[in-house]
Ligand binder design. Structure first.
Ligand SMILES: Cc1cc2nc3c(=O)[nH]c(=O)nc-3n(C[C@H](O)[C@H](O)[C@H](O)COP(=O)(O)O)c2cc1C
Length: 396
C-alpha cells in the first residue's frame, strides 16, 4: 500500500483515499484485476459494468447456446457480480471499489441495482445526465459520483439531487479535449471551449455549491483527462481539485484487464494516431486510429449516405444502448457495432478492434508497469527502475 505523505487525502463518504482515482473503462478494460489492485494500494478502483461477460468463458458459452437479449443481459449481470466479489477480495478491505455505469446504456438501472446488491462502495455514472441515480440507489449505503464536464451540468445535477435530499459524494469533471472514450460534448468543434478548463469548472462549481447553501468541503471534485505526471497531479490539486482520475495510464498497467496487444496499441500510439469521431451513441469519442477505425473514418461519409437512415437488427442481440446510430438509423450518429468493436479490442484483435485512448503521452512512455509503480510515480514523482523480466514485452 502506498503511503500518502505528499498530498492531502481524498475523502469520500467517510473513507480516506489516495487522491488518485482509476476511471472505469469498458468493455472489460477495467474489471476486477485492475480495480482490485488499485483499491489494494488505498485508492479508488473502478469496474466498468458494461458487457463484462467477455471475461467469463462459461457465460460466453451460455450466450452462444441461447443468443437472445435476456440471456446476454443475465450473463452480464452475473459477470458484474463476480467481478465485484473478486475485486473486493483482491482489495482486502483497502481503498474503495466503484462500479461505472453509463447512462446511455439501456440496462443502466439493472447494472446499478446489481452493483448496490453485491457490495460496490460507489456508483460512478457518466455518458448522460445521472438525474435518476438517487432514486435507483434508494435504501442502499453507497457513494454516488456523477461524471460531468462543465459547471452548468454540475449545477443542474446538484439542484435536481437536492430535491431528492441527496448530494453527490464526489463529482468527476472530465475534460472533453483530453480524456479517452466518450466525451462530454454534443459537438466535436466545442471540445476546446474555455468552459471546460479545470480551474474554471472548479471555481464556478464552488460558487454554485455556496450559492445553494452547501459546503464545498462536503463535495470533493475530481478532475479527469490527460493527467500523466506527479507535477500534473500537483497542479490539479493546487487549482482546487481534491483528486484526479486517470484512465489510459491505468489501462496499460500490468494489472489492466485487457489483452497485452490492447496495451501495446495504447502505449505505442503517437499524437497523430489519436483521433476524435462520432460514436454510435451520438457522442464524440477519442481512440487510436487502428486499421478498422481508419477504414471506417475514410468511408464514414459514404456509409452515412448509404445506410445512415436504415434501421438494422442489433448484430449482437444485446441492444446495449438506449439510442444507437446503427440500430435506429440515425444519420448523424456513428454506424458500427460498438460492442463488437470494443470486445475485439479487449481480446487484442488489433485489426478489428476499437481502442479508446486519452490524448496525452503516458507517464512511463511505452513501458508497461505495475499499478503500484504508477501510483508511486504520481504520488512522489519518483520512478523506481522496472523489475527485470516483469515488463519484457514492453521493451521490444
Ligand atoms: C479504454 C478506455 C475506455 C473507457 N471507458 C469508459 C467507460 O466505460 N465509462 C466511462 O465513464 N469512462 C470511460 N473512459 C474514460 C476514463 O474513465 C477516464 O475518465 C479518462 O480516460 C481520463 O482520461 P485519460 O485517459 O487521459 O487519463 C474510458 C477511457 C479509456 C481510455
Amino acid at each position: 500500500m502506498i503511503s500518502n505523505s505528499s498530498f492531502p487525502p481524498l475523502k469520500i463518504r467517510g473513507r480516506t483515499l489516495l487522491p488518485i482515482v482509476q476511471g472505469g473503462m469498458g468493455v472489460g478494460v477495467s474489471a476486477h484485476r485492475l480495480a482490485g489492485s488499485v483499491a489494494r494500494e488505498g485508492a479508488l478502483g473502478t469496474i466498468a459494468s458494461i458487457d463484462l461477460r467477455h471475461h467469463h468463458s462459461d457465460l460466453i458459452e451460455m450466450c452462444k447456446a441461447k443468443p437472445d437479449r435476456e440471456t446476454l443481459e443475465q450473463a452480464n449481470l452475473i459477470a458484474l457480480e463476480r467481478e465485484i466479489r473478486a475485486a473486493k477480495a483482491l482489495a482486502e478491505e483497502r481503498g474503495m471499489i466503484a462500479v461505472n455505469v453509463m447512462k446511455a446504456v439501456r440496462a443502466h438501472a439493472d447494472y446499478v441495482r446489481t452493483a448496490c446488491e453485491h457490495g460496490a462502495d460507489a456508483i460512478v455514472m457518466g455518458a448522460g445526465l445521472p438525474l435518476d441515480l438517487p432514486d435507483l440507489t434508494q435504501g442502499h449505503e453507497i457513494a454516488l459520483i456523477p461524471i460531468l464536464s462543465d459547471s452548468r451540468g454540475i449545477a443542474l445535477v446538484l439542484k435536481k439531487w437536492m430535491k431528492k435530499n441527496r448530494l453527490p459524494d464526489a463529482i468527476v469533471i472530465e475534460h472533453p479535449a483530453l480524456a479517452g472514450g466518450h466525451l462530454g460534448v454534443t459537438d466535436l468543434a466545442d471540445m476546446n471551449d474555455a468552459r471546460f478548463g479545470f480551474a474554471r469548472v472548479i471555481e464556478e462549481t464552488t460558487q454554485t455549491i455556496e450559492s445553494l447553501g452547501l459546503s464545498r468541503a462536503d463535495i470533493p471534485l475530481i478532475v479527469a483527462g490527460g493527467i500523466n505526471s506527479h507535477e500534473a497531479v500537483r497542479a490539479c490539486l493546487a487549482a482546487g481539485a481534491n483528486g484526479v482520475q486517470l484512465g489510459t495510464p491505468f489501462a496499460v498497467t500490468q494489472e489492466g484487464d485487457a489483452h497485452p496487444n490492447f496495451k501495446r496499441v495504447l502505449a505505442d500510439a503517437t499524437p497523430e494516431d489519436i483521433v476524435e469521431f462520432v460514436s454510435v451513441t451520438g457522442l464524440p469519442a477519442r481512440a487510436v486510429r487502428t486499421p478498422w477505425l481508419d477504414r471506417y473514418l475514410r468511408n464514414e461519409a459514404r456509409i452515412r449516405n448509404k445506410i445512415g437512415l436504415v434501421k438494422n437488427a442489433c448484430p449482437t442481440a444485446l441492444e446495449c444502448l438506449s439510442v444507437c446510430g446503427l440500430r435506429d438509423g440515425i444519420e448523424k450518429f456513428g454506424h458500427f457495432c460498438i460492442d463488437t468493436r470494443l470486445a475485439a479490442a479487449l481480446r487484442g484483435d488489433v485489426n478489428n478492434g476499437l481502442f479508446f485512448r486519452g490524448r496525452e503521452a503516458l507517464p512511463f512512455g511505452r513501458a508497461i508497469r505495475s499499478v503500484h509503480d504508477l501510483l508511486e510515480l504520481l504520488m512522489t514523482g519518483v520512478a523506481r527502475p522496472a523489475v527485470e523480466n516483469r515488463c519484457a514485452y514492453a521493451l521490444s
